[in-house]
Structure formats: structure tokens, C-alpha cells
Design a protein around this ligand. Structure first.
Ligand code: AVJ
Length: 346
């Protein structure tokens, strides 16, 4: 899904990076939009405007995920660090760190236990990890930040281990929810390859509605989190079309695609779609190696833009086990909306 393009030779690294991103966007759009059913991959959401819209989503009243996870970190940070480190110092490494806003709670707990903490944020976005470095180093003295720019899906990652330290790897924010079960296991296995027996993983997952583990979440409230009253999530979803219009020269008419959030109970996931309001044709212009393609949409036909998997405790265990992790503690809020699982590499 996250295939990395081969950048051309003899270009500056800036041009090379921009060219590589453009090629990846073109590749994803071409393959996804000529497939049946039509799909786009969720990483396409996160251009500058989309990243800003996502930040707005995290503070919406309907979007309980971010604030619930943050409260779990605040309540259990010391216990998490104690379990991960024991008598040893810890280093924290984070997949998909972004700007690392929630991680500060855990890093603050780590510097209470040891004089200096190495924090290794790993993210595809260089600007995000640089922002993370500035925020963290300014606000939490004692933390040394070593950012790594890498796509952890397609590229190898490298986690450094200062002498005697335990690694506490973070994969939080329900980021793993964007991936199908087999892809999720592959990501955790890749991470596990950098860890030693006894190191830890802290995994943040959104919980499924219903079920015995869950009292407080209805399908209706889950759907509201992905179709908010202010329309921020709708704008976030449609922004992918804005991006394709700008970067690839497609001619999507934004008024003719509706935001749809659906609960798929069999797959245990929220699906986001963009639904064509009537029959229409959109042109995907010719690319370097692809001809111009007319994309025909029937009335009601959708582009499937995102999956957001919702987990039961059994699903979390089933994902960790084949990646050689064993659950040591699970933290949930009083309403069982969100789970933070601390697992040990075995
Ligand atoms: C960033 C993948 C965790 O699935 O909740 C928010 C993205 N999509 N609203 C999620 C998202 C629509 C978010 N993740």
C-alpha cells in the first residue's frame, strides 16, 4: 500500500523529495481510482491543510479518542514507566510520532525516574518531527530528541539503545486502526525486530462498540466521532480531492461528493467514503507513465478513503501474539471507550 517510488538521479535532495511524494500521490490515485470499488489510501489526507484539519478533529466534542487517551496517559504514566523500565533506564521510540503532543506526559514521567531520556520519534514528515523536537526539548529539560524521518511501513527503522536501557516503543493514537489485521501484524513484527526480549510496547487502540468489554459506546456515538456537527471531518475527507485537484490536475467538483461515515460490523471498522451525488465523469490527467483516464461515477457510487478499525480486547491480543508481544497491562477509561495496552516483547 505504501510503495516508495524511486527518486530520479542528479536532482537536489529537495527536488528529489518533492518528486518522490508527487510520484507516490500519482501512483496511489491512479491505482485506487481505476480499481473497482474505487479507493484512496488514508495517508493522502495529510498534506498541510489535511494535517491542520486533523488537529481540529482531535479537539471536537464528538472525537473522544485523543482526550481519552491523553487522560489514560496522565493517570498511568508513572505505572507505565515503572513497568517498562524497572530498575533500568528507558529510551522511548515512537512510530508515527507526528508532533508528539501526547507523548510529553510519558516523557515527563520518564525524566522523573532518570536524569536524561533519549526520545526517538519516527515519522514520514520531517516538519512534524522537527516540531516535535522543538516542543519537547523546550518544555521537558532532560529529554534528548533524536528524530528519524522514515516511512515505517515500507522502510526499515532503527531504534537506538543507550547502554543498559530498556526500550519503550509507542504506537499510540489508534494509528494502527488504519491498517487491516494482516498489515497491523506486519507493522508490529517490523517493530519487534528492533526490540529485545523484555522491552515494551505501548499500543493505543480505539474500542469497538457493544460487547461485554464495553458499556459506554454506541454505534451512534462512534459514527458521530466520524461525522461531526461542525463538518470538520467532512472537510478532512473532501480535502483529499482538493489535494488531487491541485497536485495532479484532476477536476473533482467538491459539491458533488458527500462525506459518508459507515460502521462495518463484520470487519469491526468505521469506513469513510466520498459519495457521488449523481452520475458524473472526472478526468485523471495523463501521468509520466499513465494515459489520461476518464473516471465514471454512478449516482451513489463511492470512493472508499479510510478504514478505522475498532478493537475488542481479544482482537488486540490476536494482533500482539503473532508479533511476539504479550500483554502485561491494559488501561481503559471508565466508559471503556479507548484502550492503552502495555505489552512485553517475548
Ligand atoms: C489518525 C487514524 C487515528 O481513525 O480516528 C479521524 C483519523 N479519520 N477522523 C482515526 C481520522 C477521521 C484517525 N487516525
Amino acid at each position: 500500500m505504501f510503495e516508495s517510488p524511486t527518486p530520479g538521479a542528479n536532482v537536489s535532495s529537495f527536488t528529489q523529495e518533492v518528486t518522490a511524494v508527487n510520484a507516490a500521490v500519482a501512483h496511489e490515485a491512479y491505482t485506487g481510482l481505476t480499481a473497482s470499488p474505487k479507493t484512496l489510501t488514508p495517508w493522502l489526507f495529510y498534506d498541510e491543510a489535511g494535517s491542520h484539519l486533523f488537529e481540529q478533529i482531535t479537539v471536537l466534542p464528538e472525537y473522544y479518542l485523543t482526550r481519552t487517551e491523553r487522560a489514560l496517559f496522565a493517570a498511568h504514566a508513572d505505572e507505565i514507566l515503572e513497568a517498562a523500565g524497572g530498575v533500568q533506564p528507558v529510551t522511548l521510540a515512537e512510530l508515527g510520532a507526528g508532533t508528539a503532543t501526547k507523548t510529553g506526559i510519558l516523557l515527563a514521567a520518564a525524566v522523573r525516574r532518570q536524569a536524561s531520556v533519549l526520545y526517538q520519534p519516527i515519522d514520514v514528515s520531517e516538519t512534524s518531527v522537527e516540531e516535535a523536537r522543538e516542543n519537547i526539548e523546550r518544555n521537558i529539560p532532560g529529554v534528548v530528541v533524536e528524530p528519524q524521518v522514515a516511512n515505517y511501513i515500507t522502510e526499515p527503522i532503527r531504534i537506538e539503545r543507550p547502554h543498559d536501557a530498556r526500550v519503550l516503543a509507542l504506537y499510540i493514537g489508534s494509528s494502527i486502526g488504519n491498517f487491516a489485521p494482516d498489515e497491523a501484524v506486519a507493522i508490529l513484527r517490523n517493530l519487534r525486530g528492533q526490540l529485545q526480549v523484555g522491552d515494551s510496547l505501548l499500543l493505543g487502540t480505539d474500542l469497538a462498540p457493544g460487547g461485554t468489554h464495553n458499556g459506554g459506546k454506541s454505534v451512534a456515538s462512534l459514527l458521530a466521532a466520524y461525522d461531526d456537527a461542525q463538518g470538520v471531518t467532512a472537510a478532512f475527507n473532501r480535502n483529499v480531492l482538493v489535494r488531487l485537484n491541485r497536485e495532479l490536475g484532476t477536476n473533482f467538483d467538491l459539491d458533488r461528493f458527500r462525506h459518508r461515515a459507515r460502521w462495518n460490523p463484520l470487519a469491526s471498522r468505521i469506513e469513510m467514503h466520498l459519495e457521488s451525488v449523481g452520475p458524473q465523469t472526472v478526468t485523471l490527467p495523463a501521468g509520466a507513465e499513465t494515459p489520461a483516464v476518464p473516471m465514471r461515477f454512478a449516482a451513489g457510487e463511492t470512493i472508499h478513503t479510510e478504514n478505522s478499525y475498532k478493537f475488542t480486547p481479544a482482537m488486540i491480543a490476536a494482533m500482539l501474539k503473532p508479533a511476539c508481544f504479550a500483554t502485561s497491562r491494559t488501561f481503559m477509561d471508565a466508559q471503556n471507550l479507548f484502550a492503552v495496552t502495555l505489552a512485553t516483547a517475548v
